[in-house]
Structure formats: structure tokens, C-alpha cells
Design a protein around this ligand. Structure first.
Ligand code: ADP
Ligand code: G6P
Length: 460
């Protein structure tokens, strides 16, 4: 990016969020892959981040943290309900993830979505100087590109969709489908995780707006809008370095000791989201135990789950169902001092997470649908000795790149059982060969490469 331009990131969440109230109020890191990926990018380039603090009511004034100027955008309590819980999390999230839960369509939510998107566009316009580069993120802010262009036509505007972009069969359900496409077409460059998502977008734009052109370059209202696939990634070096830290290595050894040094450790780490396939995974693990293909004395599953979108009914249900399944497996297979499945519902520090990645012989990343899935890449980056096996869902964007993982269809119970068996029994030399290829893939295509490719294409 040319030096004189500065970068303005616009995302629903700031990288830190305000939690607690009164004397116990504090800032903590925001959850999810978007923040994990963008945080190192912005800390490196410097710039401004426009986003929500996670609290309703009064907003903090703009402030600086880690080389980044934070500009909080206010969201009221009713807007949190309609824009965030409603339109973002009950309409777009399920619709864009293969409608694995039925999306709901509600015109009051839509009204709030338009209003909040306008507010983000105005905040971005105020933060930007002439010819700055503005990079807008994700499904919560799809109208912002066009709204911002109408306010400030001189800006370079990029948009990146972190989640999948659905095919016509699903997208066409959306009563506001043309508005959304027009909103996105306000950008100069629209980026997606995969080629398939990018093609879905371009076809839909040609079908439901006046856009013409090819999959990668559309003509719309006298401008060219480019689109492309830019698979997001992680800060490989940071994970690799942390995984070599003697204290973290000690922590991981201590984890293994406490789990039982002779046992194989199988790990999963997800937000507690219904797209992540946690129930299917537990069913497969239970099946292995029930059929005595594995024994709890020799093998332990650890499920770490970050609380997320708590008040929404689908999230309350998935939590209850996961906790029920864990209880049931342990009821049948645990012995005194030795559970079959450990379940931790909490957010961990980066160091603790890395210690867990280091402790795991097998990593199960089996979402029903996922834009990318950074956990899979983080595990690979932490396996500095090239040991460990990654079992990865075909329906995660990461499966397009991490082809040497054990790929699996999470809905195929027998396939899941077979994949876990293969991973547990893999010959160490074969595992090391695969891990080494996976590592060089993630090392080459790290988050810096991703950001530079996108920003390079946006500003060329
Ligand atoms: P999503 O964006 O849907 O949450 P990703 O796998 O792409 O899925 O990103 C999840 C991010 O959250 C990763 O960077 C991962 O390290 C982090 N994360 C997941 N679980 C935890 C946890 N229990 N504690 C802290 N961070 C976590
Ligand atoms: C995914 C989405 C992000 C979102 C994150 C956490 O990574 O792509 O846009 O921020 O999940 O979800 P939340 O609803 O807590 O922001």
C-alpha cells in the first residue's frame, strides 16, 4: 500500500470488547477468527479500527491501543436486539452457512440493519482522509461499501467476507437480496475465502442487479468492481515461536501428565456455535467408545468451547445438547479419576491455547460449514516437531488448502469414525510427512501474505 495512504478497518466488533459493569468493567480480546486475523495486520500497518465495543449505551471516546486508533460506534439496546441478534445472527449467519438452522426474515431487523450500517459508513467517512484505503469486513456490514462510496467517492474501498457466500438456491430466499448485492458492489474489490464463494457472488450480482461482466470483474453503474478469492490465515511465526517457548512446552507436558501420560489426546477448539459440528463429533467419538474401537483408559477427548451469542435460542440449545452428550459419554465410559471427555466452556489466553495444541496428538476440526477455520491453521503452526494429525471437515474453507489433512464429511458418522481411527493409528513417519507439508503451506500463506494480497489488489 502506498505510504501516504492510511488504512481504516471497519468491522462490527473492535478487537477488544468491554465486559462487566461498574468497578469490574474491563476490556478483553474480542472472540472469533476475524479479530484473530486482523489484529496482527493492523498492529503492523498501523491505522484506525472502526467498530462496536460490545456494550450498549454510552460509547467510549476514540482511543489508541497497540499502534491502532480505536473508534467505537454506538449501538443501542434495541439495535443490539434487531441488528446484531436478529439480522446478523438469525438471518445472515444461518443463511450463509448452508441454512443449517432456518434463517428468519423480519422487516424490523432489516430496518435496524440499514440504520446501523449507515452509522458505520458515517463513522468511517469521518475517520478517513482523502484517498485513504477503507477495508470493510463481514456479513454484519454488507451495505457499508455503497453507503460509504456515496458519502466519499474518492476512497479506495475493499470488502472481505469472512463467512461463506451461498449459492443462488439459498441467497434467493433473502427478501433484500438486491439491496445486499448493491451494497457490496459499492466496493472496488470484494474478497471471499474461496473461489466458489466468489463465483456465487458474481453470478448473483449479474442475476439480481444490473451488473454485467465476468466472475472476477463486474461493470456496475459506470464502475468496475473486482472480486477474488483470498484465503485468510494466521500469524504463523507468532504461533510457531510461542510453541517453542520452554514455559509453554512445560505447560503442555503438565497437561499431558494430568490427562494421563499414556493416553492419546484428541482435541477440539471452537466457539460454541451450531455450525461447528460439535454434536456430530461427540456422536462419532461415543460410537468409537461404544464399539470398543477405543478405550477411555487409552484415549481422551478434550473439547474447549468459547461461549458465544449466549442469549440466542439456537445457542442455548446447542450448549444444552453438547453438555448432555458429554454427560452421557462420561456416564457410560468414565472411571474414578478418569473422564472420557473433558469439556471446558471458557476463553483461554493465547499461551494456554498453544499449550493445548502442543499437547494434542490429534486435532478434530469438523465444522458443518465454515468460511475458513483458523483453529486448523493454528494447530499446524504449533506442531514444531511435525508430529500430530489434523482431521479436517471438507466443508471448512481451510480444506481447499490443507489437502494433506485427513479430510472428512462431518455428517457421515462412519466416515468420522474411520477418520478418527486413521488419525489415532497413523504411522509417525507418514504423519510427520503430512504435517511438514501442511506447515510449509501455512507458513508461506500466512496472514501477512493474505493482507498484502488483498491490499495489493485493492490499491494496484
Ligand atoms: P470463528 O471465526 O467462527 O470463531 P475460527 O476458527 O476461524 O472460527 O477462529 C476462532 C478463533 O478463536 C481462533 O483464532 C482461535 O484461536 C480462537 N479461539 C477458539 N477457541 C478459543 C478459546 N477457548 N479461547 C480463546 N480463543 C479461542
Ligand atoms: C466469526 C465472524 C465474525 C464474528 C466472530 C465472533 O468469526 O466471521 O464476524 O465477529 O465470529 O462472533 P460475534 O458474534 O461474537 O462477533
Amino acid at each position: 500500500m502506498p505510504k501516504r495512504q492510511s488504512l481504516i478497518v471497519v468491522a462490527n466488533r473492535l478487537p477488544i470488547r468491554r465486559v462487566g459493569s461498574g468497578a469490574s468493567a474491563r476490556w478483553e480480546r474480542s472472540p472469533g477468527g476475524l479479530v484473530s486475523a486482523m489484529e496482527p495486520v493492523l498492529e503492523r500497518f498501523g491505522g484506525t479500527w472502526v467498530g462496536w465495543s460490545g456494550m450498549t449505551g454510552r460509547v467510549p471516546r476514540p482511543f489508541s491501543a497497540d499502534n491502532v486508533r480505536m473508534v467505537p460506534v454506538p449501538i443501542s439496546r434495541p439495535e443490539e436486539e434487531h441488528f446484531y441478534n436478529g439480522m446478523s445472527n438469525r438471518t445472515f449467519w444461518p443463511l450463509y452457512h448452508d441454512a443449517v438452522r432456518t434463517p428468519e426474515f423480519n422487516r424490523e431487523w432489516w430496518g435496524a440493519y440499514v440504520e446501523v450500517n449507515k452509522r458505520f459508513a458515517r463513522a468511517a467517512a469521518r475517520a478517513a482522509r482523502r484517498r485513504d484505503v477503507v477495508w470493510i469486513h463481514d456479513y454484519q456490514l454488507q451495505l457499508v461499501p455503497m453507503m460509504l462510496r456515496e458519502l466519499k467517492p474518492d476512497l479506495r474501498i475493499g470488502f472481505f467476507m469472512h463467512v461463506p457466500f451461498p449459492p443462488e438456491e439459498l441467497f434467493a430466499w433473502l427478501p433484500w437480496r438486491s439491496d445486499i448485492l448493491r451494497g457490496l458492489l459499492g466496493a472496488d474489490l470484494v474478497g471471499f475465502q474461496t473461489q466458489a464463494a466468489m463465483q456465487n457472488f458474481s453470478r448473483l450480482a449479474r442475476r439480481y442487479t444490473t451488473a454485467t461482466g465476468t466472475d472476477s470483474a463486474l461493470e456496475f453503474e459506470g464502475r468496475t468492481v473486482r472480486s477474488g478469492s483470498f484465503p485468510i490465515s494466521i500469524d504463523f511465526d507468532a504461533f510457531d515461536e510461542m510453541a517453542r517457548d520452554p514455559e509453554v512446552v512445560r505447560d503442555s507436558e503438565s497437561i499431558r501428565q494430568r490427562l494421563g501420560p499414556q493416553r492419546k489426546v484428541v482435541l477440539s477448539v471452537d466457539r460454541l456455535d451450531y455450525t461447528k459440528g460439535i454434536e456430530h463429533r461427540l456422536a462419532a467419538y461415543a460410537d468409537l467408545l461404544n464399539r470398543r474401537q477405543i478405550a477411555a483408559e487409552k484415549c481422551v477427548l478434550v473439547q474447549i468451547a468459547v461461549p458465544t451469542r449466549d442469549p440466542l435460542p439456537d445457542y442455548t440449545r446447542i450448549r444444552a445438547s453438547v453438555e448432555h452428550a458429554v454427560g452421557r459419554i462420561n456416564g457410560e465410559h468414565a472411571s474414578p479419576g478418569r473422564v472420557a471427555v473433558h469439556y471446558f466452556r471458557r476463553t483461554l489466553s493465547r499461551r494456554d491455547l498453544v499449550a493445548w495444541y502442543l499437547a494434542a496428538d490429534v486435532m478434530l476440526v469438523t465444522p458443518l460449514r465454515d468460511g475458513m477455520n483458523l483453529v486448523a491453521k493454528e494447530y499446524v503452526a504449533c506442531r514444531t516437531d511435525h508430529s500430530g494429525v489434523l482431521v479436517l471437515s471438507e466443508f471448512a474453507g481451510a480444506a481447499r488448502e490443507l489437502r494433506r489433512a485427513v479430510l472428512v464429511n462431518p455428517r457421515d458418522l462412519d466416515g468420522m469414525v474411520a477418520a478418527i481411527n486413521v488419525a489415532l493409528k497413523m504411522d509417525p513417519d507418514e504423519a510427520a510427512q503430512s504435517m511438514s507439508l501442511l506447515r510449509s503451506m501455512v507458513r508461506r500463506h500466512d496472514v501477512r501474505f493474505w493482507a498484502e494480497s488483498f491490499l495489493g489488489a485493492l490499491t494496484e
